[in-house]
Write a protein that binds this ligand. Structure first.
Ligand code: ZN
Ligand code: ZN
Length: 372
């Protein structure tokens, strides 16, 4: 049988010289120090929230194919994490806390001081995420309370997590989305309320751009559940109101754009080069994308009072959205909400078949469109 030689890339530094305290070791941060010639391998490691650390169990006496676990079960070496195994190699998933040159500060590592580190890999969590999504307990909680996670993140003011989730709907990350998340989180906590998707909480948004997606995601007042009202004034502003008319209006300050520009000067410089002057050098484009992401997420940390003005107001709340009957258009045969039916010669027609004007919401706002 062939054997292989492995050269460590670094070693573990912590306060534990004895392997007897596995849980204590895991709870304390450990440092992984890399030998100089491997430092380049840490480039952009910050992109990995979790890492798999492969290390040598240098104090293991090795060899046993089975043994007792701490709880008394007998298990094979491959069915346990016992250090006594044919190849004394440990693999642990850790959280990356800090990266500084050739040093990584991590949490969750169970290796003792001086353990040789063989390899570090970016942890692939996609399987866990997929399992979590299909976990029956998790799903039954979400079925009875679909906004539980969002609500907890609002109460904890975890705008970065809210933005990550809102990005799944919005499709990209930008300061507009960030401002919507910030304003909506602020308003939700001020009104100490939550949307049940039943119109007891209403949002009135005054712009149909990125900002409003942040507002819809955080407040739960959406186009589809009739709890979102669009007031087409073209302002980066929104009002959150309860059924009793108590509301909060948050409007961006005229200087907010400048505050963001000044906070991220690198982005501004790269924008001029890559977008305005159309320089598509791959290294510059990569730098531009990176700084654009930093600007979007960095906006979340800017002071609220520099970006917004907030007022408590009384709002005239519209009636609950009526439940409409559907009527079938006598020309195209498609069913139409009764309030949109046009009667011509005693026949019900849709606006398309009757060729009557209708309202349309586009990137340009609401307008009346006439058939030509
Ligand atoms: Zn956007
Ligand atoms: Zn029709």
């Amino acid at each position: 049988m062939e054997t292989y030689q492995i050269e460590p890339v670094g070693y573990v530094v912590n306060d534990f010289d004895d392997p007897g305290h596995r849980n204590k070791i895991k709870e304390s941060p450990s440092t992984i120090l890399l030998y100089d010639r491997f430092t380049e391998g840490l480039l952009n490691i910050e992109a990995c929230a979790f890492l798999d650390i492969v290390y040598y169990l240098h104090k293991s006496e090795g060899g046993q194919m089975s043994g007792r676990t701490p709880s008394g079960d007998v298990r094979g070496a491959f069915a346990s994490r016992s250090p006594a195994r044919p190849n004394p190699i440990g693999i642990t998933t850790v959280k990356l806390l800090v990266h500084d040159h050739n040093k990584l500060l991590v949490k969750g590592l169970d290796a003792i001081n001086g353990s040789p580190v063989i390899d570090i890999k970016c942890c692939d969590t996609s399987l866990f995420a997929a399992e979590m999504d299909s976990d029956p307990v998790h799903n039954s909680i979400l079925k009875s309370d679909p906004r539980i996670e969002i609500r907890n993140h609002i109460a904890g003011n975890r705008t970065e997590i809210l933005m990550l989730k809102a990005g799944q709907m919005h499709g990209h990350f930008c300061p507009g989305l960030a401002m919507g998340i910030m304003a909506a989180t602020w308003a939700m906590n001020e009104l100490s309320t939550d949307s049940d998707g039943m119109e007891d909480l209403l949002s009135i948004t005054e712009t149909n751009n990125c900002f409003s997606d942040g507002v819809q995601f955080v407040t739960g007042c959406s186009f589809g559940n009739n709890a979102l009202i669009f007031k087409d004034t073209g302002k980066t502003a929104f009002t959150l109101a309860k059924r009793d008319g108590n509301g909060i209006r948050i409007c961006s300050k005229p200087g907010s754009r400048k505050v963001i520009q000044e906070a991220f000067p690198d982005y501004q410089r790269l924008f001029e080069t890559v977008v305005a002057e159309q320089d598509h050098d791959p290294a510059l484009v990569a730098e531009y994308k990176k700084s654009s992401l930093e600007r979007a997420f960095g906006t979340l940390s800017l002071p609220l009072d520099k970006l917004f003005r907030m007022n408590r107001i009384q709002v005239d709340i519209p009636a609950y959205a009526p439940v409409h009957e559907s009527i079938v258009c006598s020309v195209c045969g498609e069913s139409v909400m009764d309030s949109r039916i046009v009667c011509q010669e005693n026949r019900p027609l849709c606006a398309d078949c009757a060729k009557t004007p209708y309202s349309i919401l586009t990137g340009d706002g609401i307008r009346i469109l006439s058939h030509t």
